[in-house]
Ligand binder design. Structure first.
Ligand SMILES: *Cc1c(COP(=O)(O)O)cnc(C)c1O
Length: 404
């Protein structure tokens, strides 16, 4: 008899964004005249930059000519892209990451979710709470957690590191020593960043405890302030304790094209074994490679023209973020983030739960956001707004929030 992986049954049935979708659909059916504005989406809305489109077109033409046609991409990525990333994303900020330490992929979500496969099931996992749900979910599916506890909103045997206003949204070293530590900065959903001194302490902590940090830098391009690391490899000793994930999705609008990469330094070890060959083996076996045309597009992002164009897009989103942050503060809310990340993290008013505030905002303002509790139990009484909308809708949403 075929059986299933019972760990999947531990995951609560409904996914956050499907619950939101259902609620919005029901409301629209009952109120067909309502103009609903979505400030909840975690997806970009601006089209791909012109320089990238130009390169995509010519790469498509290459695929149509016998002399330049490409079949399967190299397992770990094309050298032209890995060399460019090494030079432009790392050497320029003083990080010595070699091209062959870069694993090209179809996005950071796959890598963040799959990386746990190269680690033993006996590793203790620590996550920031709240955070992007992929880290916990993928470890639950693999069997690194106990059951979900509906009372605490936590999975047993996972170490949650609460990040709330009380600690400035910075995780503290947990009581129990973890083996795998997921950090995501700039953070989704809180929009907060970790300064270099604090990140250095985490790197030292990981080295002292033989733990591995899994560092998700999907939003590094949104950092606007000085002194905030764009990469964990800016910290001393990170090469012996950290893996880093990057994505072209939020940086260059590739959510539909799909491109990202993971960095594993050659000397990085767990339990006396090097991790690079394990991930190379896994990548080569279970991964088909990002398409040639998409890897060419990724290379174009790092060209001078490409950089100029994507920086304009990021500036557009961050102007939205400024409008939202200042608007909600003027409306009397306490809010965080929005300076180094496209996310604004609101404290719900009058001690409303995240979902109560979701309903209230939908019904009274016809504005949709994301309930903070969907990102972990410490997200309760918080609410996420995103800067990925168009300017006009963002301004209108804020006007409505001011009138609540
Ligand atoms: C959006 C997001 C990702 C996913 O990136 P893709 O490259 O599109 O898979 C990864 N990490 C965080 C924190 C994100 O918000």
């Amino acid at each position: 008899m075929a059986t299933i992986n019972k760990n999947y049954l531990k995951l609560p049935g409904s996914y956050l964004f499907s619950t939101i979708g259902n609620k919005v659909r029901e409301y629209s059916l009952a109120h067909p005249e309502a103009k609903i504005i979505r400030l909840g989406i975690g997806d970009v809305t601006l089209p791909i930059a012109p320089k990238v489109i130009e390169v995509l077109h010519s790469a498509v033409d290459e695929m149509g000519a016998e002399a330049s046609f490409k079949g399967y991409a190299p397992d770990l990525g094309y050298d032209f892209l890995r060399n460019t990333i090494s030079e432009r994303a790392y050497k320029t900020i003083g990080c010595d990451i070699a091209a062959d330490e870069i694993f090209v992929s179809d996005g950071a979500k796959s890598d963040c979710g799959n990386i746990q496969e190269i680690f033993g099931l006996d590793n203790k996992v620590a996550v920031c709470d709240p955070v992007y749900p992929v880290y916990v979910d993928s470890n639950v599916m693999a069997g690194r957690s106990g059951e979900y506890d509906t009372l605490t909103g936590r999975f047993r045997d996972i170490i949650y590191m609460p990040c709330t206003a009380e600690n400035g949204f910075m995780p503290e070293f947990p009581e129990e020593t973890p083996d795998l530590i997921y950090l995501c900065f700039p953070n989704n959903p809180t929009g907060t960043v970790m300064d270099k001194e604090t990140l250095q302490k985490w790197v030292d902590y990981a080295n002292e405890n033989n733990a591995i940090i899994l560092y998700d830098a999907a939003y590094e391009a949104y950092i606007s302030e000085e002194g905030i690391p764009h990469s964990i490899y800016e910290c001393d000793g990170a090469r012996t304790c950290a893996i880093e994930f990057r994505s072209f999705s939020k940086t260059a609008g590739f959510t539909g094209l799909r491109l990202g990469f993971t960095v594993i330094p050659k000397e990085l070890e767990a339990g006396g074994e090097k991790l690079w060959p394990l991930w190379a083996r896994r990548h080569g076996t279970k991964y088909n490679g990002a398409p040639y045309i998409v890897q060419k597009a990724g290379e174009a992002v790092y060209s001078d023209e490409g950089q100029k164009q994507i920086k304009e897009q990021i500036a557009y989103y961050m102007e939205n973020a400024r409008i939202i942050l200042e608007g909600v503060k003027a409306a009397g809310f306490t809010a965080y983030g929005g300076v180094n990340a496209p996310y604004i993290w609101l404290k719900t008013p009058d001690d409303m739960t995240s979902w109560e505030f979701f309903d209230y905002l939908l019904e009274k303002g016809n504005v949709v956001g994301t309930p903070g509790s969907g990102f972990g139990p410490s997200g309760e009484h918080y609410f996420r707004l995103t800067a990925f909308g168009n300017r006009e809708n963002t301004i209108e949403a804020i006007e409505r929030i001011k009138k609540l």
